[in-house]
Structure formats: C-alpha cells, structure tokens
Design a protein around this ligand. Structure first.
Ligand code: GTP
Ligand code: ZN
Length: 228
C-alpha cells in the first residue's frame, strides 16, 4: 500500500522487508507523521519531522541530520523534554548538556535526536516544579515523585519506536545511560548498541545524577571531583 502522502515520506535507503512491514510503517495511526521542515541551528543543520501522538495530543519531533540509511545502524538519541534544562539552561540536571552533545554528535556523524514531549519524566512541568520544591527540603528526585503520588518514571517509549519505524530503522547506536530506554527499544525488536552519554557533573546536579545511578539504574561512572 502506498503512503497516504508520498510527497512527505522521507527519502530513505531501505533494506529488504515484507509488504506487511511496509504497510505497518506507513499506517502508524497512533503517532502519524504530520510535517517536516529544514531547521539550521547553532549545533548543525537538521530536518525536523513532526509527529502527533493522537491519544494525548503530544507533538513529538525527530531531528534528523544527514541521510538516514536504514540498512545500517543509525545514531539515535531519545531525549525527554526538560523545559528548565533545554530552554533555561538549568544546572539542576544534565538535560541541556546531553541535548547539545547529541545534536552536535548527529550533526557531525548523521543520525536522529527524538525529542519526546514527556516533561519531568512524564509528570509535567508544573509537577516537576513541585518536585523541585520538595527537593529543596531534602527529598531526592525519586522520593519527591513519590511524595507527589507519582511513580519514579512515568515515561513510555512507544512513540519513539513508532517514529523509528517511520524511518525504517531496525538497528540503532543509542546515546544513553538509561537502561529503560534500551529495554523499550529491544522489546520492540530494535537492535540496540549503547553509546555512553555522560557529561560533566556540576555542584547543582551531582545529587540528581547520583540518584539516577543509585535508584534508577543509570549506567553512570562517577569520577568525583573532590572539590564538589
Ligand atoms: N520528575 C522529575 N523529572 C526530572 C527531574 N530532573 C529532570 N527531570 C526530567 O528527566 C527527564 C530526563 O530525560 P532524558 O534526558 O531522556 O534522560 P534520562 O532518562 O535520564 O536518560 P539518559 O540521559 O538517556 O541516560 C526530563 O524529562 C526531565 O524533565 C526531577 O527532579 N524530577
Ligand atoms: Zn532536565
């Protein structure tokens, strides 16, 4: 079956696949592709593909650099929205540093940054601010979520999987320290080779990073600065 709007489908080198898989790729109703445009940025030149998660109305983005050859392993970063980090440059987390590093990496080597609109590990920005207020009273990231009645991490990666399928991608070099992202993709049949994605810590995010490592299973290798 032909894509609904063949002019908007990406120009990709695709590997051999069954007609069923082709249909599946273009009939992804849950998170359909909506629009794309060139976006040159201070980090590189990208084509930004927009997708709509119909169930929630969330607008997810695939920030693509270079030509994607879906027969090969593709560099991918899955980034969850963090307004405080991404926009404000907050030092309380490592999000902005990771986003910039990933954008530069794919800008140089080719690949995709999936920008998922699941702020605050899925609790939303206002609840994240409430969690930050609790953290000022001594709670760590996980305890603050629990205090507010949320689980540790509400995020899911089905939309990321659908977006990767849109591009026909089956093998990724995933820039992450988060085992949940790896399990989510592998559970969906995508082969994952992990690329560590750890940036330098600072005095404001050290506790946050240690909580990631100690409570959320993140694969972080701390070289503690004795001055911190
Ligand atoms: N609830 C909550 N969310 C936070 C806090 N600090 C940062 N976040 C959110 O955590 C998410 C970080 O997502 P990612 O950049 O994908 O990072 P990650 O899940 O730690 O995994 P990797 O960076 O891939 O290893 C963003 O949605 C942030 O808004 C916090 O204190 N509480
Ligand atoms: Zn952040």
């Amino acid at each position: 079956m032909a894509p609904k709007d063949s002019s908007s489908a990406p120009h990709l080198e695709l590997g051999p696949e069954s007609p069923l898989e082709v249909v599946t790729r273009f009939e992804t109703e849950a998170v359909p592709f909506v629009a794309k445009a060139n976006v040159p940025s201070i980090f590189g030149k990208y084509v930004v593909y927009g997708f709509l998660e119909k169930m929630t109305g969330k607008e997810h983005l695939a920030i693509v650099a270079g030509d994607i050859d879906a027969r090969k392993r593709v560099n991918v970063r899955i980034h969850s929205e963090c307004w405080t980090g991404d926009v404000l440059g907050s030092l309380k987390c490592d999000c902005r540093a990771q986003l910039e590093s990933a954008l530069r990496f794919v800008g140089e080597h080719g690949g995709i940054v999936l920008y998922l609109r699941q702020e605050g590990r899925g609790i939303g920005l206002l609840n994240k601010l409430k969690a930050y207020a609790l953290q000022e009273q001594g709670f760590d990231t996980v305890e603050a979520n629990h205090e507010l009645g949320f689980a540790d991490d509400l995020r899911t990666y089905e939309s990321a999987v659908e977006m990767l399928r849109f591009f026909g991608i089956r093998k990724v070099r995933l820039l992450t320290n988060n085992p949940r992202k790896i399990h989510a993709l592998e559970g969906a049949g995508i082969h994952v080779q992990r690329e560590a994605h750890q940036l330098a810590s600072n005095p404001y995010n050290l506790k946050y990073l240690k909580t990631k490592a100690n409570k959320s299973g993140h694969m972080l290798d701390f070289k503690e600065d004795p001055k911190l």
